[in-house]
Design a protein around this ligand. Structure first.
Ligand SMILES: NC(=O)c1ccc[n+]([C@@H]2O[C@H](COP(=O)([O-])OP(=O)(O)OC[C@H]3O[C@@H](n4cnc5c(N)ncnc54)[C@H](OP(=O)(O)O)[C@@H]3O)[C@@H](O)[C@H]2O)c1
Length: 305
């Protein structure tokens, strides 16, 4: 099969479009014929070796964690899926024509959008879901401020937070104001022109998807007793404790069942997948150069078919 593989850590030139063996499946796995792969910041971070302490690559490695496609073959112990079923999944190595995946990371794909666009769902929407519905304590939350409202995670987080009945404030650059508003944000802060500090002590929950100085600037925005959740790096817990804020790093926790719930919201017209740009698989280098800018609007998709 054709795949994008890396043979060493490094820049986007490491990405090679080449032949690779079709993976074997274990009894509890399905083989997915991949239609498209979603591109995530974790892909370039992994390629650069920034994640080698937690998830080292085994070279030659196929990158990519998001897939949409159809079940090609099922393992002997699999009854939940049949060949031909369109699915979305969290996989290890989606920049390829096939991937072997445990069924607990696979869900039926939403039927109302192109399968290629559904490839943008798993990691970004799943992370927003984990933050909002599994880690955040929403009982006393009326207002959420989402740092990075135009990104993969941010675009889903805005929509899911609105579904949860929250008042949403989202930060973005000037060019993405309209997008963020159209997703349901009640207030948009253009971080290139306005200072978020005017919301000091005013927010019940901040979701940080940017990190660095943006994470540092986020703590003072949270009211005493509120929450600061970052998906980028662990917040300064001591500083947060001093301010009476519950601050945590959140890692996504994806299951196929959750992916189907999210797909159900897409089919019900309650959330949308925002696609920034599509590239053929062979042009993964260009896709990586784009995501590495940190200014992608929604999701980048690699089309395998
Ligand atoms: N912990 C986990 O399990 C987990 C899961 C998924 C992702 N992540 C991490 O979370 C981060 C975001 O992921 P993603 O997929 O959403 O990334 P992305 O799609 O690349 O989005 C980045 C977004 O950040 C915005 N941005 C950049 N600088 C900003 C600033 N100063 N203020 C506000 N917005 C700013 C950009 O919008 P503008 O162009 O408008 O600036 C862009 O839309 C990445 O670091 C990723 O590795 C972690």
């Amino acid at each position: 099969m054709k795949a994008i593989r890396v043979h060493d850590y490094g820049n986007a030139d490491q990405l090679r479009y080449e032949d690779a063996p079709v993976p074997e499946i274990a009894p509890d796995e399905v083989l997915i014929r991949i239609h498209a792969a979603g591109v995530n910041p974790a892909d370039w971070k992994s390629r650069q070796g920034l994640m080698r302490q937690v998830r080292p690559l085994n070279f030659p490695a196929i990158l990519g964690g998001d897939a949409a496609g159809a079940v090609e073959r099922v393992g002997a112990a699999v009854s939940r899926f049949k060949p031909g079923t369109p699915v979305i999944a969290r996989v290890n190595g989606s920049y390829a024509e096939f991937a072997a995946v445990k069924t607990d990371a696979v869900g039926r794909a939403p039927a109302s959008i192109p399968l290629a666009h559904a490839a943008g769902i798993p990691i970004a929407a799943g992370t927003a879901w984990t933050v909002l519905f599994e880690v955040a304590d929403l009982r006393n939350v009326k207002t959420i401020l989402i740092q990075g409202g135009a990104g993969g995670v941010g675009t889903f987080a805005i929509q899911l937070a609105k579904l949860a009945g929250l008042e949403v404030i989202a930060t973005t650059s000037t060019g993405n104001r309209d997008l963020v508003q159209s997703l349901g944000a009640d207030r948009v802060i253009d971080y290139t022109r306005e200072d978020v500090a005017r919301h000091r002590d005013g927010v019940d929950l901040v979701l940080d998807t940017v990190g660095g100085d943006v994470l540092k600037q986020s703590l003072p925005l949270v009211r005493r007793g509120g929450q600061l959740l970052s998906i980028v790096v662990p917040p300064d817990e001591a500083a947060a404790k001093e301010r009476g804020v519950d601050a945590r790093f959140v890692r996504s926790n994806l299951t196929g069942i959750k992916l189907e719930e999210i797909g159900g919201l897409v089919d019900a017209g309650k959330i949308r997948v925002i696609v920034a740009q599509e590239f053929p698989l062979a042009e993964a280098k260009a896709a990586h150069r784009l995501i590495e800018t940190g200014h992608v609007r929604g999701k980048i998709i690699l089309r395998v078919v």
